[in-house]
Design a protein around this ligand. Structure first.
Ligand SMILES: NC(=O)c1ccc[n+]([C@@H]2O[C@H](COP(=O)([O-])OP(=O)(O)OC[C@H]3O[C@@H](n4cnc5c(N)ncnc54)[C@H](O)[C@@H]3O)[C@@H](O)[C@H]2O)c1
Ligand SMILES: O=C(O)[C@H](O)COP(=O)(O)O
Length: 391
């Protein structure tokens, strides 16, 4: 099997793939790949080759992947949920401290004092430091929108630092609700959270429903001294609403992991170059998690951590058997049509597993006989079969 690696990965990633028996393809041979492993590179302009079975995102956000279009081609899409959450939570706390203690401006001031080669720098420093008087985290009210992998970690860390934490997530999972500190105050609505915090951090995925979640209307609920932190995605926050509120004195600042020329040049905006997940630990977690997920899918048809297919964990392939992995639409009569093909080929089914998720379904069948190219092409031709392969 051939895999294309996009984006920067540590050298352990290609080594690990090769140790699992995969051949690595250079980016110019992307069309021949059976799987793509990537970080943030956009695949929106990419047209998948016929041999592409899977896309594995070594990270959380999958808005760089056209999931619907690839689903129509029967391509499995995976991510690494939670694998980089700690790195992001720590970076958000860094941003909050930078804002409350005016770190960036203070460092600039200090650098300026010495680059001017002033002899009275000590006196100038003591006089000038008054402008950088900050606020402490203790008692500061942090609102968190989205209590998923990152939001929960951030809430618990902020609570441990003495911050007052408020959370809003109408779809919080039971698992995350269990992990969340009991000290975190639950808000019934977004406006309730915004009106009652000194800073707000967004941790939702970018979806049509979260486009400009922080809009002009929502930003207006924030107190004038508040600041907004966005390590989610640029489009979750309406940049114009933010800059207008800052310029009219209705917001104190914006910290973002998604800079652009306007934000970068704004004196009350702190820009990070999409650094949230860029730690050694997060990259190792995310890449190793997603490589295991991908290997299990390619070699055994197992599906876990997919964003478009149902969870399905068939056992090992029986000795001497062959395994078919069929991705199809979740519609009436599919199993019958597939088993009719198998019956016509006079093959015996040892085991069959079928699961569905919304419009997609996955059927994994163990056959007593070895792989047959003619049976495979008959199944591929069944209407509503999106892809079929042997493991
Ligand atoms: N800056 C970075 O480097 C970096 C790194 C990792 C993730 N991210 C971004 O952060 C996002 C969240 O990551 P995660 O790992 O916490 O994901 P997650 O799926 O674990 O959590 C997302 C949470 O958002 C909640 N949510 C969805 N819509 C909501 C809404 N309208 N209001 C309130 N809550 C809502 C969900 O219920 C879920 O609990 C990712 O999708 C990605 O875009 C950025
Ligand atoms: O969604 C994510 O996981 C982050 O945005 C990290 O992206 P990166 O792997 O390109 O740093």
């Amino acid at each position: 099997m051939q895999i294309s690696l996009l984006n920067h990965f540590s050298k352990q990633v290609p080594e690990h793939l090769q140790s699992l028996g995969y051949e690595l393809l250079s980016e110019d041979k992307l069309q021949q790949a059976n799987a793509i492993v990537l970080r943030s590179k956009s695949l929106h302009e990419h047209h998948a080759g016929k041999s592409l079975f899977a896309i594995a995102r070594a990270g959380a956000g999958v808005n760089n992947i056209p999931i619907e279009r690839f689903s129509e081609q029967g391509i499995a899409v995976f991510n690494a949920p939670g694998a980089n959450a700690n790195a992001v939570a720590e970076m958000v706390l860094t941003g909050i401290l930078m804002q409350t203690r005016k770190v960036a401006a203070a460092l600039n001031f200090s650098q300026q004092l010495f680059s001017d080669e002033r002899e009275d720098y000590a006196a100038a420093m003591e006089k000038g430091k008054a402008q950088f008087q900050g606020r402490e985290l203790q008692g500061l009210r942090l609102g968190i929108i989205g209590l998923g992998a990152i939001g929960v970690l951030l809430a618990n860390k902020a609570n441990a630092l003495g911050m007052q934490v408020l959370g809003f997530d109408p779809h919080i999972s039971v698992e995350n609700a269990w992990r969340l500190s009991a000290e975190v105050q639950q808000c019934e609505s977004l406006s309730d959270l915004l009106a009652n915090c000194d800073c707000v951090s967004v941790h939702v995925p970018y979806l049509p429903a979260t486009h400009h979640l922080l809009s002009f209307e929502q930003v207006a609920y924030l107190p004038k001294h508040a600041f907004v932190i966005n390590f989610s995605r640029a489009e979750v926050v309406d940049q114009e609403a933010i800059t207008a509120a800052i310029e009219s004195g209705n917001l104190d600042g914006y910290i973002t992991d998604f800079p652009n020329p306007v934000l970068q040049s704004h004196p009350q905006v702190l820009c990070f170059p999409h650094l949230g997940a860029s730690t050694v630990e997060a990259q190792e977690n995310a890449s190793m998690q997603v490589l295991t997920t991908l290997d299990n899918f390619l070699k055994r048809g197992e599906v876990k951590y997919s964003v478009n297919l149902p969870v399905l964990q068939p056992g090992p392939i029986p000795v001497g058997a062959s395994r078919l992995v069929i991705i199809h639409r979740n519609t009436v009569g599919m199993i019958a049509q597939i088993t009719d093909c198998i019956e016509a080929a006079e093959e015996n089914i040892l085991e069959m597993n079928n699961r569905s998720r919304a419009e997609m379904a996955l059927t994994v069948i163990d056959l007593a006989a070895a792989a047959s190219a003619s049976l495979l092409s008959t199944i591929q031709a069944v209407p509503n079969v999106l892809s079929a392969r042997y493991c």
